[in-house]
Design a protein around this ligand. Structure first.
Ligand SMILES: Cc1ncc(COP(=O)(O)O)c(C=O)c1O
Length: 486
């Protein structure tokens, strides 16, 4: 277990230790029954006093995350106490230092039938038949595709099509030579972090934030600062206040239909962020995964990147939320020397993304198919959003803002309901959702859940949401808000 302290942070050291261990427990890195390193080991590694670590461990115990066995050690608490079997062939791995602080993907691996936990599209809303036929065609036409490496930067024809697509759908002007194809937006975020950041650098993120972006920054040892959102998006006045105190290297934002809250950033905010980036010289990662999924014929503000004239904004466009998550294709738009740096690191990562799936997308983007498909997709998702909102409105205690686009509804729970208790009960009814704690950097807030209305059929969505509302009523009536106490 590798913990990191930011000694210049306002957060007391014992709280930093506490939070990092909580994140490992919640993120599934530390399993129930696993022993924590001794006070002495942690104090020695982090160069802090034994008292500091003792305070952190005591807090973990009080909050119910660990239990202390006098004379033996401190263990992660769980429903079942898992003791390693003596013949466990992997036991030796437990003694190695782990450099992974958290992972959203380990957190909620047990999917349920009524699955509201994934921001993924119902498969029948996707043009999978067309893409499958196209892939067969591509291979039959040119079998040499499999016998060669593609360009590191990505297929030239695809980059030209994506350039047109960005102009038509986002009003964004970019040059095909400034596009780099990555295996999904997720790889784009990781690539930028790996290229531009070093451990200890300050990274600003929205609070709440897309959990797997937090994971990337935390796992690389960044000092991650979360900044609250209001109805216009991330608070630019708070960004400025941070810039005056620290020297942030990067700001990660998801301005159009933000995951998890669905917030659409105002034009004014977009301009202000670019002004700040220019003034304080930090990079902005603009994650535009959901930009095409708007409802009620909304007119979308221009991307943040459109206001950028000096290479401060690195724009990411994904196709997982519109076309096919399985093709793993996204584009990074960046100008200036940073483009070459990203290119170099991408080559080291995987020598370029797979060519077959890139080629298969081209005919879909080239014709009117994409435009027609997006229109149908927006209608289908708007129906799902409306259904979800209507059913949830029967609960007077659930607080939410109706999203104008995207896949997610961010729901505030009454104080008496803890999201993990609710999840436990929901799972018994074959329902899952994302507990809001996955979307916070420091104190994981347990008063929120994210409901993704994208993955189920209309019918299952309706049945699942009604069941979830029943579970919420039941939990509110019966259960204690305390998460781990057995
Ligand atoms: C905001 C956001 N960014 C990135 C991703 C990952 O996208 P991709 O499949 O393109 O890697 C997701 C997936 O849920 C997301 O919600």
């Amino acid at each position: 277990m590798k913990l990191m302290l930011h000694k210049e942070s306002n957060m007391p050291l014992y709280e930093q230790i506490y939070m990092q261990i909580v994140q490992r427990v919640q993120g599934g890195i530390l399993k129930a029954g696993e022993q924590l390193p001794s006070l002495r080991t942690v104090a020695g590694d982090l160069q802090v006093s034994l008292l500091t670590v003792r305070k952190a461990y005591k807090l973990l115990e009080t909050k119910g995350y660990v239990f202390i066995q006098p004379g033996k050690g401190v263990y992660v608490r769980g429903k079942r106490k898992i003791t390693a079997k003596p013949e466990d062939p992997y036991e030796w791995q437990r003694s190695l230092p782990v450099h992974v602080a958290r992972s959203q993907y380990l957190m909620n691996r047990q999917k349920k039938y009524y699955d509201f936990s994934q921001a993924v599209l119902f498969p029948r809303l996707l043009p999978t038949q067309f893409l499958a036929d196209e892939m067969k065609e591509v291979i039959n036409r040119n079998q040499m595709l499999l016998a060669t490496y593609g360009p590191v930067q990505g297929d030239e024809e695809l980059r030209a099509e994506i350039t047109k697509y960005l102009k038509d759908h986002q009003g964004l002007t970019v040059n095909p030579s400034d596009l780099l194809i990555t295996s999904g937006v997720q790889q784009g975020i990781d690539l930028i972090a790996q290229t531009l950041l070093k451990p200890g650098d300050t990274v600003m993120v929205e609070s709440p934030c897309y959990g797997a972006a937090i994971d990337v920054f935390m796992n690389k040892g960044m000092n991650v600062i979360s900044i609250e959102l209001d109805e216009e998006g991330i608070r630019s006045d708070v960004v400025e206040a941070i810039c005056q105190k620290k020297k942030p290297a990067l700001l990660y934002i998801n301005p159009s239909f933000h995951n998890p809250t669905g917030t659409l950033m105002s034009v004014q905010r977009r301009r202000e962020l670019v002004d700040l980036a220019e003034m304080y010289h930090f990079f902005i990662i603009e994650d535009d995964s959901f930009g095409e999924i708007y409802f009620d014929d909304l007119t979308l503000p221009p991307p943040v990147k459109q206001f950028d004239k000096s290479g401060h904004v690195i724009y990411l466009k994904g196709f997982s939320k519109t076309l096919a998550p399985g093709v793993r294709v996204a584009a990074v738009a960046a100008e200036g020397p940073v483009f070459d740096w990203l290119y170099g690191v991408k080559a080291l990562m995987d020598i370029g993304s797979p060519l077959l799936t890139q080629k298969a997308m081209i005919p879909f983007l080239k014709t009117n198919r994409m435009k027609n498909h997006l229109e149908k997709l927006r209608t289908a998702l708007q129906i799902r959003r409306d259904m979800t909102v209507e059913i949830l409105s029967s609960l007077t205690t659930a607080a939410f803002t109706i999203p104008k686009g995207g896949f997610n509804l961010w729901v505030g729970l009454p104080d008496s309901i803890h999201s993990l208790v609710l999840l436990n009960e929901a799972k018994k009814q074959n329902i899952s959702f994302l507990p809001g704690s996955a979307c916070f950097v420091h104190d994981p807030e347990h008063q929120y859940i994210r409901i993704s209305y994208s993955l189920l059929s209309d019918k299952d969505l309706q049945i699942g949401m009604k069941k979830l509302c029943e579970v919420m009523r039941d939990v509110q009536d019966k259960h204690s808000p305390y998460p781990f106490k057995s």
